[in-house]
Write a new protein. Structure first.
Length: 391
């Protein structure tokens, strides 16, 4: 963590006179997302409805994992049973009211995440304009904006992990947020691996303990669903809700599948493992000179490694661009960070399917998020990891 992350601040969210314009622009973005979620057709509140249906199924004693889109039951719930315990409050209000509340809360959590990242970069404590300018842009990036419309939990996961890894002054509680995030959705568990790699064993133990405690609580409350999920779903059935040919699925396994026109599951597993090793290794290489960038690389890995990596799950991508831009004042790094920012901002139609016989450049371009991530990471390594100069 950079020394600037320890700079105290009496305000959680800075509001200065010169920041009102950017804050207003961010509010307009959120308002637009709210209008689309409530009045638009199709995807508005889709994921929020799935979470709420899972809570209602649990309360009614119905199986969590039996819903099928083909049978007309709606989209299936794919998170662990512990997620139902954490997300239960989302079912307290009628859907339209909860859509409004959850979207506003999620937008606020994105701003908090941006604020934490900028403070860790030494920018957030005195530069109010930087905070709100960056927050307005991050809210407008496609993945974040689409996640808000869907009612996704990505902003909550971002805030929980960012607070643990980048916020100062809470050493005894570090790991709690990551543990809760992993109990909601398994992908943030990559941060536990990161804590182990950087020898923060106590923090990793806290995160693991919180995750296991919530998992045990869910097993006690929902034993059949827990057995179904952990024994039958995670290991045996990873194909539900996996659309590898869709361009909106930006994970490395999905990209490999599209590049080769269909791939054996063993190749996709190898791609996932290789991606995890490469990104964690890259984060270790740049950790000393670019600690915030290193954390953002690990965050991106949580979307790049699994078979499902929809654009709205890449919430760390714009933050990777921000971190690399500020920590590495090199023209090449900033060029790749700018490219990553542009790619993260451009809308990408999730249902667009890339045919196996599509031109090679189309199949290659369908992994745009992976490409710009690799470019940023490679540039940062080239600039920051250099042999020590001689006497």
């Amino acid at each position: 963590m950079s020394e600037a992350a320890a700079v105290p601040s009496s305000r959680v969210l800075p509001v200065g006179r010169d920041a009102w314009l950017w804050a207003g622009l961010g509010a307009l973005v959120v308002l637009g997302a709210l209008v689309v979620a409530l009045l638009g057709s199709g995807d508005g509140g889709l994921d929020l409805a799935v979470y709420r249906a899972a809570v209602h199924d649990a309360l009614a004693g119905q199986p969590l994992y039996e819903r099928s889109l083909a049978d007309g039951d709606g989209f299936p719930f794919t998170y662990p049973p512990s997620a139902v315990l954490v997300l239960a409050p989302l079912a307290l209000l009628p859907l339209p009211a909860m859509q409004v509340l959850w979207l506003l809360v999620s937008a606020g959590l994105v701003v908090v995440g941006v604020r934490i990242v900028l403070r860790a970069l030494g920018r957030g404590s005195a530069d109010d304009v930087a905070t709100w300018r960056t927050a307005a842009w991050v809210l407008a990036t496609w993945g974040v904006l689409f996640g808000l419309v869907l009612g996704q939990v990505g902003a909550l996961l971002l805030a929980l992990c960012a607070v643990d890894l980048l916020a100062p002054g809470r050493r005894r509680l570090v790991g709690v947020g990551i543990g809760v995030a992993a109990a909601i959705k398994l992908t943030p568990a990559v941060f536990v691996l990161w804590l182990l790699l950087v020898r923060r064993f106590r923090d990793a133990a806290v995160a693991t303990g919180v995750f296991l405690a919530l998992t045990a609580a869910a097993w006690a409350a929902l034993p059949d669903d827990s057995r179904d999920y952990w024994i039958d779903r995670v290991v045996v059935d990873i194909s539900r809700n996996v659309t590898l040919a869709a361009a909106g699925n930006q994970s490395v396994p999905a990209w490999v599948h599209r590049m080769v026109g269909g791939a054996d599951p063993s190749l996709l597993l190898a791609a996932s493992v290789a991606t995890l090793v490469v990104l964690l290794g890259a984060a270790l290489l740049v950790r000393r000179d670019a600690p915030v960038t290193a954390v953002a690389v690990v965050g991106v890995a949580s979307a790049a490694v699994p078979p499902i990596g929809w654009t709205h799950l890449w919430i760390w991508l714009p933050l990777l661009a921000v971190a690399a831009w500020h920590e590495c004042r090199d023209a090449v790094v900033r060029g790749t960070a700018l490219a990553a920012g542009v790619v993260a901002t451009v809308p990408l139609a999730a249902p667009l399917v890339v045919a196996p016989d599509a031109p090679g450049w189309v199949r290659a371009a369908s992994g745009a998020y992976v490409i710009v991530t690799c470019a940023v990471v490679a540039a940062v390594i080239a600039v920051r990891v250099r042999p020590a100069s001689g006497p």
